[in-house]
Design a binder for this molecule. Structure first.
Ligand code: ADP
Length: 704
């Protein structure tokens, strides 16, 4: 503060609005420091704000020299110059650093106004000052923010420019290109910035693209195109069909209006063509496969008749019906006969395989005595094994009374094939044995759809064995581990393929274990016949679809209600006093698996319905159900549930599912059908799941 001059007479004396006390109060209310001095620079007034700002109380500074109390950075010369101006009646204002009582400094804004008497002499100075720190900080913050915004804009712009995704910005109703990144220019092979859309792409007219952009511009709603075909000219002017995915994203201005649209475009021509090609190839392959199976099935019939004739005539010649034969002729006729027998086997097997593959193979569903069918099969290979000097042992005593459910002839066919392989691939002196048992727990590699129990029939030999890397391929058609061996021993490479398909057609499976040089064991798994099963006996696989009304409807309804059922189950379990473990299990774990599991059952029922009851087609679905059910059981075991709790959970699930599905069918099915039988199937599937779950539960417990 320069040297102000305020005469003593400047202090008002009288009371009222013009009194000194009144004016002092008025100035105290001002949120700026007000300091008045006389003409000599002696402080005569010091308001409240000045007390706060400079740290001095009024009574400490009144009567003191202002320069001494509030030293400024102003030099004496500057101060003298300022005084000159004030004396000339000018007001002065500026910014400079001043010091507080505690020695700290701050940046102040100061305005000095001269107080003049009637003769226009300076009798004092009133200085008003305020702290500019906050103001300066705010200014700096604004500058920083502006800087940051600028950098941010530069970053975004750089992303836009260098993005591998083609992007461009169009503006206004004429859709004029404002920006376009390098990827976009590469994609459309032309410079577009500054041009209107239809000027840059005249070939787009009438293709619906401009209309979509107009729509985005007018409504402010984004437009998305997936695999949209567009005719576009290349650099050479040649127009070609190309396929694009794109998004037209309107960018609202501050007032909400759309002025610009961001176009993101990617070309998918290559992928779409490749996919269509693959789809066509797959359809063609499926058609060809079906046609092949059909052809083979027809041809096999045609082939069998002449082959039978060849065999028959060869036998007649051998018997000497047409006259006696020389030794050489006899030998040649014997070769004709054995070759035609081999051909008959081959044709029979090809026919079987073609039938299974084209879904024309059927199998009876009847109770079959295990020991009877094994005895039949053993009788077939007995002479062969005697010829080869093998011991054939029957160890089926354990399963003497057991019965399986299946087609007797097919089961015998499979067993005979396994036994004849065992005999064929075991050197003289070796042993071939069969044994059978009933089990609830099949080996892990057996893919079994049902709930069990199962009959397992093992055909074991001490033969050459199969290398581990070939174990999975021997079930494929025409695969033979050692073709040269088979040439001497006979065989087509189809036996195991057909055997496994037949086993699966009867809801069983065929598995193998083998050690090279030590021997092999093939296991045929088939559902065990329940003690008494009068209703089920003699039912045929596959059933015709009309035998199971409502299967598809129930399946579809189940897939729709799966989610709500899972939720309801979660709720009921949590509230069930008989399920203490449920209240300790979180909701996710309570509902875990349930939706997927129910959807799988639903899909399996739909498949069964659409396939006209062909159970082989359900295999993948039932496999999934089995895995889910088992996992569910072991998860409950891990969570510390009791077996009773697991059973109860399934009870609750059945209680929820059946009525909900029934209602759903009633509400949604286009044609009302009687779904009682189909609901019965659903209940049985759930019961099976319970059994499998319990198995998973027990396994898990045993492992602990
Ligand atoms: P094949 O008519 O050749 O016997 P299969 O489909 O019955 O056709 O068997 C396929 C191949 O699996 C056989 O060629 C053989 O290499 C192998 N194989 C089958 N059974 C046995 C076995 N018991 N011991 C060793 N190898 C076997």
């Amino acid at each position: 503060m320069p040297e102000p001059h305020v005469p003593d007479s400047a202090a008002p004396a009288q009371a009222g609005p013009h009194s000194a006390a009144y004016l002092a109060q008025l100035l105290d209310a001002v949120e700026q420091a007000v300091i008045a001095t006389n003409a000599q620079g002696v402080i005569v007034f010091w308001n409240r704000c000045a007390e706060r700002l400079y740290g001095w109380r009024a009574d400490e500074v009144l009567g003191r020299d202002v320069v001494e109390v509030v030293p400024s950075e102003m030099s004496r010369e500057q101060a003298a110059d300022l005084m000159e101006r004030l004396r000339a009646g000018e007001r002065w204002q500026g910014e400079f650093s001043v010091r507080r009582r505690d020695g700290s400094r701050f940046h102040a804004w100061v305005a000095d106004v001269p107080v003049l008497d009637e003769a226009r002499r300076v009798v004092g100075i009133v200085g008003v000052s305020s702290d500019l720190t906050a103001h300066l900080e705010a200014q700096e913050a604004v500058a920083r923010a502006e800087n940051e915004t600028r950098r941010e804009r530069e970053r975004l712009w750089s992303v836009f420019r260098h993005s591998p995704a083609a992007m461009t910005l169009v503006r206004g109703p004429d859709l004029v290109f404002e920006l376009a990144n390098a990827a976009y220019v590469r994609l459309v092979q032309r410079e577009v910035v500054g041009r209107a859309l239809l000027d840059a792409f005249p070939e787009l007219a009438g293709q619906g693209i401009v209309e979509l952009l107009d729509d985005a511009y007018r409504t402010g709603r984004a437009q998305v195109g997936i695999e949209r075909k567009v005719r576009l000219a290349g650099r050479d002017g040649e127009v070609a069909d190309r396929v694009f995915d794109f998004t037209f994203q309107p960018l609202p201005e501050d007032d909400g209006r759309t002025e610009r649209i961001l176009l993101q475009v990617s070309e998918v021509t290559g992928q779409v063509h490749a996919r269509r090609g693959a789809e066509q190839a797959r359809t063609a392959a499926d058609d060809a496969n079906r046609a092949k199976s059909q052809f083979l099935a027809n041809m096999s019939h045609e082939l069998r008749t002449p082959i039978n004739a060849i065999t028959g005539y060869a036998e007649l010649l051998e018997l000497g019906i047409g006259g006696s034969l020389t030794a050489q002729q006899r030998h040649q006729v014997e070769r004709i006969r054995s070759s035609s027998q081999h051909l008959t086997t081959l044709v029979n097997e090809v026919l079987d395989l073609a039938k299974v593959e084209s879904g024309q193979m059927t199998a009876e569903r009847e109770p079959v005595s295990v020991s009877d069918v094994l005895a039949d099969a053993l009788a077939l290979v007995q002479p062969q094994s005697v010829r080869r000097g093998l011991r054939l042992s029957d160890r089926t005593a354990d399963a003497h009374d057991a019965a399986l459910v299946g087609d007797r002839d097919r089961v015998r066919q499979v067993l005979a094939n396994l036994l004849s392989n065992a005999v064929k691939f075991t050197d003289p002196g070796g042993r071939v044995s069969v044994c059978a048992s009933v089990t609830d727990e099949p080996d892990g590699d057996a893919r079994l759809p049902g709930r069990g129990p199962w009959v397992r029939m093992d055909v074991e030999d001490t033969g050459m064995g199969i290398p581990p890397e070939r174990l999975s391929t021997i079930f494929e058609p025409f695969v033979q581990v050692d073709a040269s061996y088979t040439r001497q021993a006979g065989g087509t490479g189809l036996g195991l393929t057909i055997s496994r398909r037949l086993a699966r057609l009867m809801e069983g499976d065929l598995t193998v274990r083998s050690t090279l040089g030590r021997g092999s064991c093939f296991t045929l798994w088939l559902p065990a016949a329940p003690e008494a099963e009068p209703g089920q006996a003699r039912r045929r696989w596959p059933r015709a679809p009309y035998e199971m009304p409502g299967l598809g409807e129930v399946g579809r309804a189940l897939t729709r209600v799966a989610e709500p059922v899972a939720e309801e189950l979660g709720r009921r379990l949590a509230d069930d006093p008989a399920l203490p473990s449920a209240s300790r299990t979180d909701r996710v774990q309570l509902q875990d698996h349930t939706t997927t599991f129910l959807v799988e059952i639903g899909l399996a029922m739909i498949t069964l319905d659409e396939a006209g009851g062909e159970p082989a087609l359900m295999r993948d679905g039932t496999e999934i159900q089995r895995v889910i059910s088992e996992r569910h059981g072991s998860q409950r075991a891990r969570l510390g549930w009791s077996e009773d709790e697991l059973r109860r959970e399934f009870g609750v699930l059945r209680d929820i599912v059946v009525p909900l599905v029934r209602d759903e069918v009633r509400e949604r099915a286009e044609v009302q059908v009687d779904v009682d039988v189909a609901l019965g199937v659903l209940e049985r599937l759930l019961q099976q799941a319970e059994v499998v779950s319990l198995r998973g539960y027990r396994h898990s417990r045993q492992r602990e």
